[in-house]
Design a protein around this ligand. Structure first.
Ligand code: ZN
Length: 195
């Protein structure tokens, strides 16, 4: 396993490599922050948004929490959403779940500790409504539920009513093969009232 000092050494090597391959990269980024994408994903260390989508710093605005929950009373997420929509003017919001999510597995086993039990309430509801589903089925239902919650979010709806082209997407990442799957649940201003 990597020790903590190695992280700092890696950073020096990485910054030197980026500057060598893209001269002026950091100076340019210092002056502008214009990502087109907001990523709402799981905090799981095996699902790093930038790396698995192959983009450089500056391209994806990221919010991560346990089991990629979209809860419209979560002040942290609401601040991220407002900043992403009104200030950064992102064009796409991606809710991304992943296979073998530890948060979802814990709910299914009934072993969520303390406050996590509260945080994952909507996952528990999905598990109870789909007793035959496995962890990845619930993970995908959880992404659909997240996209649906965003489609009803007041910040998103206000952007749509102003005519903003803001699209919502639901993706699922396989830890087993590193591939992203589009779950086909995208929503936009025209489909905001679709079933
Ligand atoms: Zn997870």
């Amino acid at each position: 396993m990597t020790d903590i000092a190695q992280l700092l050494r890696n950073n020096i090597a990485w910054a030197e490599r980026v500057e060598r391959d893209h001269p002026g990269f950091f100076r340019k980024l210092e002056r502008q922050h214009k990502p087109k994408f907001l990523w709402i994903g799981c905090a799981d260390s095996r699902v790093p948004a930038d790396q698995l989508t192959g983009v450089m710093p500056g391209e994806v605005f990221v919010h991560r929490n346990i089991a990629n929950q979209v809860i419209n009373t979560d002040m942290n997420l609401m601040c991220v959403l407002q900043y992403a929509i009104d200030v950064l003017r992102v064009e796409h919001i991606i809710v991304c779940g992943h296979s073998r999510c530890g948060g979802i597995e814990a709910v299914m086993r009934g072993t969520t500790p303390g406050v996590l039990d509260h945080w994952l309430e909507s996952v528990r509801r999905l598990v109870e409504a789909h007793p035959e589903a496995d962890v990845d089925d619930i993970g995908q239902l959880n992404v659909r539920h997240g996209v649906e919650s965003l489609a009803h979010n007041v910040l998103v709806r206000r952007a749509w009513s102003r005519g903003r082209r803001l699209l919502l997407h639901g993706w699922f990442y396989s830890i087993a093969n590193g591939r992203l799957q589009d779950l086909g649940v995208s929503r936009g201003p025209q489909s905001e009232n679709a079933p």
